[in-house]
Design a protein around this ligand. Structure first.
Ligand code: CTP
Length: 398
């Protein structure tokens, strides 16, 4: 997949720079042509000789050669590359990328690059968790930079936490994903909801459901892999945010509603995969409700229907909903298709084996105005790919 591809490996000044040697080696082994760019600080951590030897071409640091004035054109580099990966990416470089600062060849090349760009952050845990770093990463992700998440573990400082650069093998896999997939949804913005919402009763108790968010996360990941800019509005879950996806965390149906209404502006695609509570306690007690000997009754009010509200102002965009049913599956799904003004409904029947909450497989039926298409039991990733194919078909036929 990487054979013959032109890849720029940008190395910045962090202790993880030593892993860039392995990364370059793996890329060259896969037949890629690698051009290494280093910041001046990176040379303190790993030698240009090492990187030039492994990449089989001179590394570049400065905008021009002070000896003979030869210009290292960031513009030519930006056009040459099929992909650019900055590994390790320090907090400093990420901040400059987010602000559009071009005070090194690496940064001006990033600003000139027309190809997909990935960053593999590496830094101390507190720098990683700093609001500025988090915001810079979010800004870059929104602009389509693939974030190859740092891992947790022992750090050079002796502290332990999140900040270790992803292993070179993981970075290569991410590059294969970025380069290998046709970017059929490039330029499109997608809003995906996922997971269950949590409706508070008091500070201690809540009402929720069994959704884990796996299907929604698989869809977000698939759309991002096809080049869409994806916003994932997610209820509480243990799942990792997929590469290149911007996640907005919410808890209640009301919070999810507000986030979605805001994100729907400017979106081209909406996939409503979340299991949103249809009812929420009318009143949330500020203090823990104490039990008595009597039975108790909690009055619930209806929540607002996110899908139906987005469907009411769809204006040529693609909107997909889900229906999880135990009986009268088809007719219930068709009713949702019409009521919420959806392009198609993905039906799950609780009667199907292998389509349960939290599993890695699903058995879906796609229902639109023209009829229904039952699909085999398959992985959630394959079901997500099928759903993305159908979305693309609708976009292409518009
Ligand atoms: N949905 C939504 N906002 C809500 C409720 C549901 O966006 N407040 C979306 C879900 O994400 C899903 C679809 O609507 O795409 C599910 O339809 P819904 O009629 O709510 O199904 P159920 O919650 O199962 O309700 P019902 O009791 O009508 O079957």
């Amino acid at each position: 997949m990487l054979s013959g591809k032109h890849i720029i490996v940008g190395i910045t000044g962090g202790i993880a720079a030593y892993k860039a040697a392995v990364l370059v080696r793996l890329l060259v082994r896969r037949g890629a042509e690698v051009q290494v760019l280093m910041t001046p600080a990176a040379k303190e951590f790993i030698t240009p000789l090492t990187m030039a030897t492994l990449s089989k071409r001179p590394i570049l640091v400065e905008n021009f050669n002070p000896e003979n004035g030869a210009w290292n054109s960031h513009i030519d580099l930006g056009c040459w590359a099929d992909a650019m990966v900055i590994a390790p990416a320090t907090a400093n470089t990420l901040a400059k990328m987010a602000c559009g600062i071009g005070d090194s060849l690496l940064l001006t090349t990033y600003l000139s690059a027309r190809c997909p760009v990935a960053v593999a952050p590496a830094m101390d845990l507190d720098m990683m968790a700093h609001a500025a770093t988090c915001q810079n990463l979010e800004t870059l992700a929104q602009r389509g930079v693939a974030i190859i998440e740092a891992e947790s573990g022992e750090l050079a400082s002796g502290l332990s936490g999140k900040g270790r650069m992803a292993e070179p093998e993981v970075i290569v896999e991410a590059l294969e994903r970025i380069i290998g997939r046709p970017q059929t949804l490039k330029g499109k913005r997608a809003l995906v909801t996922a997971g269950a919402t949590i409706e508070a009763i008091d500070p201690v108790r809540y009402i929720t459901n069994h959704s884990t968010g796996k299907m929604g996360y698989a869809i977000a990941s698939e759309l991002a892999a096809r080049g869409a800019e994806v916003c994932l509005v997610s209820g509480p879950t243990r799942l990792e945010c997929p590469q290149g996806v911007r996640r907005v965390d919410v808890r209640s149906a009301d919070e999810m509603f507000e986030a979605c209404i805001q994100e729907w502006n400017g979106s081209d695609i909406g996939v409503m995969c979340a299991a949103v509570a249809d009812y929420t306690p009318e009143q949330v007690s500020d203090s823990k409700i104490k039990k008595s000997d009597d039975d108790m009754c909690i009055r619930l009010r209806r929540t607002r229907d996110i899908a139906a509200n987005l469907g009411a102002c769809k204006e040529g965009r693609v909107l997909v909903g889900f229906a999880l049913e135990t009986d009268n599956e088809q007719s219930n799904a068709v009713a949702k298709l019409q009521r919420k003004n959806l392009d198609f409904v993905v039906l799950n029947s609780m009667r199907d084996k292998g389509a349960c909450f939290g599993g890695d497989t699903n058995k879906i039926t796609i229902i639109d105005a023209t009829g229904e298409c039952p699909c085999p039991l398959e992985s959630k990733a394959d079901a997500a790919s099928r759903i993305a194919d159908r979305i693309e078909q609708i976009i292409n036929n518009k």
